[in-house]
Design a protein around this ligand. Structure first.
Ligand SMILES: [Zn+2]
Length: 404
């Protein structure tokens, strides 16, 4: 299902082909985030025209609305949404995290996204934090709906059942996503439970394989490596998950308090996963991360940031600070140039920075679509450049050219 095309002689990077029931993905690849079976503001055909290869939807959100039975009745995610290419679903594990410990601790996956906060500042929040909206037990996770507050239970088995009905090509088991502020003892306990859940998910996956009510009989189940940003648990999780016979891997959970922690996690994890399976990095996708993760042998990444940034007026432009500009800036008020004169996206072909700035400031809906089209096309082209560089053993050089 995954075939390596070329290994970079200078790093762990590789190019490959990830084969799914709905087509092949050239890797490394950026996975578009279609949380509710839609990349916000852009319809599937336009995404395909951009060259986007694969999208990831969220099991938690689709389970709550419109419900997996509705999606299954309408032929599964592909037929339901009109996106005919490869798809993934996330398991709901991140929602267990973000509505539970993440909320309690007030932090995200990489705690340094709150610059200037010391660890003590962050830890103090615990005392004032609201009670967790999630109850975790060996059996599964009980949580409250974000739509109407009603209680729901996710178990490893029920999540596989939901993902079977949604019918994405690549699915992942329920896992517990710990916070960067959990200590090693708790992180290890959660990881061990996640491993037991992985066994149960695999059993359910095999048991539920050929039932006619499922729209996609050729799904692949990727195992999730946990262990936080602690060396021993991460290494152990990679070893255990690698031994279970999953079709591929996802690196999940807390990636620590800094970019350095994130790179350590990858350095501990990657050598312990067998080479001939695809490796996905969950929820990380800043431009520098795409390089760093590709250099360490990650094949696919998803991240909501590029499309969220676009809707807020931030668009990618190579050579600017962090390779992005904010179109709200007054300096674009009469700027008649496209966002990026070298970009072939529909937005850059037709519109000036000045017009886009006006749309953004006026809150026009068309802005969301136009900015998103540009950012996604930028990433599609960047990933093609990364693949070319790997094929020519010069990914490190390309990263340096980008300033990383
Ligand atoms: Zn463009």
């Amino acid at each position: 299902m995954f075939r390596i095309q070329h290994r970079d002689s200078q790093s762990w990077a590789r190019t490959g082909e990830l084969h799914t029931a709905h087509g092949m993905v050239r890797t490394p690849a950026f996975v578009g985030v279609a949380t509710r079976a839609s990349v916000k503001a852009v319809e599937p055909q336009a995404l395909m025209d951009l060259g986007l290869q694969i999208v990831i939807s969220n099991t938690y959100h689709l389970y709550l609305r419109p419900g997996e039975d509705t999606v299954a009745k309408l032929g599964g995610l592909h037929r339901f949404s009109g996106w005919t290419g490869p798809t993934m679903t996330d398991s709901g594990g991140f929602q267990v995290f973000s509505l539970g410990a993440g909320k309690q601790h007030g932090v995200g996956k990489v705690a340094s996204i709150f610059p200037g906060k010391t660890l003590a500042d962050l830890s103090n929040r615990k005392a004032h934090a609201p009670n967790s909206l999630v109850r975790l037990e060996e059996h599964g996770a009980t949580f409250r709906s974000i739509i109407d507050g009603s209680p729901h239970l996710f178990t490893p088995e029920s999540v596989i059942h939901v993902e079977r009905k949604l019918g994405a090509d690549i699915i992942v088991p329920l896992d517990e996503c710990t916070s960067p502020l959990h200590d090693e003892t708790y992180t290890r306990r959660a990881m061990e439970r996640t491993h037991r859940w992985a066994h149960r998910a695999l059993d359910a996956f095999r048991l539920l394989k050929d039932q006619p009510e499922y729209p996609n009989p050729n799904q692949q189940l990727f195992g999730i490596v946990q262990g936080g940003a602690y060396e021993a648990p991460r290494k152990e999780s990679a070893r255990v998950i690698d031994g279970l016979g999953f079709d591929g891997y996802a690196v999940g959970g807390s990636l620590g308090r800094s970019k350095r922690d994130m790179l350590n996690v990858l350095d501990w994890t990657m050598p312990r996963l067998r080479e001939d399976r695809a490796r996905h990095l969950l929820g990380i996708g800043e431009i520098e991360d795409l390089f760093a993760a590709s250099l360490r042998g990650i094949d696919t990444f998803d991240c909501a940031a590029p499309t969220r940034l676009a809707r807020n007026g931030t668009v990618f432009l190579r050579g600017e600070k962090r390779h992005r500009i904010n179109l709200r800036n007054a300096r674009f008020a009469t700027d008649d140039r496209p966002i990026d004169p070298s970009c072939d996206c529909p937005t850059c072909q037709q519109h000036s920075r000045a017009y886009l700035r006006h749309l953004c400031r006026a809150g026009e809906m068309s802005f969301y679509r136009l900015a998103t089209l540009h950012n996604l096309r930028f990433l599609v082209r960047l990933m093609a450049d990364i693949r070319d560089a790997i094929a020519e053993n010069r990914l490190q050089t390309l990263a340096k050219e980008w300033g990383f």
